[in-house]
Design a protein around this ligand. Structure first.
Ligand SMILES: [Fe+2]
Ligand SMILES: [Fe+2]
Length: 196
């Protein structure tokens, strides 16, 4: 599916409240036999806000990088349960609205995770992230890592991924979703082939 307007994207981002990522399992938060919730430590709404806020802090002028961080996990809502394909679903959905660079950064956030697993193997993933990494193909081979480094967007994709990994802090206030509407409209106005 392709998103047709910022309005539609905002609706999807708001719908991330109470939605969780969980590998190959339906969208709502699952519970283990002991009643402990599974999925990420924060819901996809807070995760999106935290990831985008971290990128805004580190790269205040790169609005595309920030909105890529904001939307990178909407694939979990577009196709619940398809964890392995979530980056591609999100990238395809935002491309007509937010442009090629945002789309590619979103698509690369899984590859960047696999790249970092190869180049920084000791970075201490949570059990959830380790499981997700396995579902998504595990660490890259040296040849895959070399090909990834060759991509002109690889450095930005790694930056996004580091914010992604850090943007999972329970109770951290990273602002409200509505604050991003004008930023999304700005990026959309620059890139939309729909003439937004
Ligand atoms: Fe993701
Ligand atoms: Fe994420």
């Amino acid at each position: 599916m392709e998103l047709r307007s910022v309005e539609e994207l905002m609706d999807l981002l708001h719908a991330c409240r109470g939605a969780w990522d969980a590998p190959n399992l339906p969208h709502s938060r699952l519970r283990s036999s002991g009643g402990t919730p599974m999925g990420g430590p924060v819901d996809l709404h807070d995760h999106a806000l935290q990831t985008a806020a971290l990128l805004r802090r580190g790269h205040p002028s790169d609005k595309e990088l920030q909105v890529a961080g904001l939307v990178h996990d909407i694939g979990h809502l577009l196709r619940p349960g398809d964890d392995a394909g979530h980056a591609d679903h999100a990238a395809d959905a935002v491309r007509p609205l937010l442009g090629e660079r945002v789309s590619r950064l979103v698509r690369l956030h899984v590859a960047a995770e696999r790249y970092l697993a190869t180049t920084s193997p000791g970075r201490g993933l949570s059990p959830q992230s380790a499981l997700t990494l396995t579902v998504q193909g595990g660490a890259m081979t040296p040849r895959e890592a070399a090909a990834f480094e060759h991509d002109p967007l690889s450095e930005d994709a790694v930056t996004l991924r580091q914010a992604d990994d850090a943007g999972k802090v329970v109770g951290l206030d990273a602002g409200i979703m509505e604050d991003w509407r004008t930023v999304l409209e700005l990026v959309a106005a620059q890139h939309s082939r729909l003439g937004a």
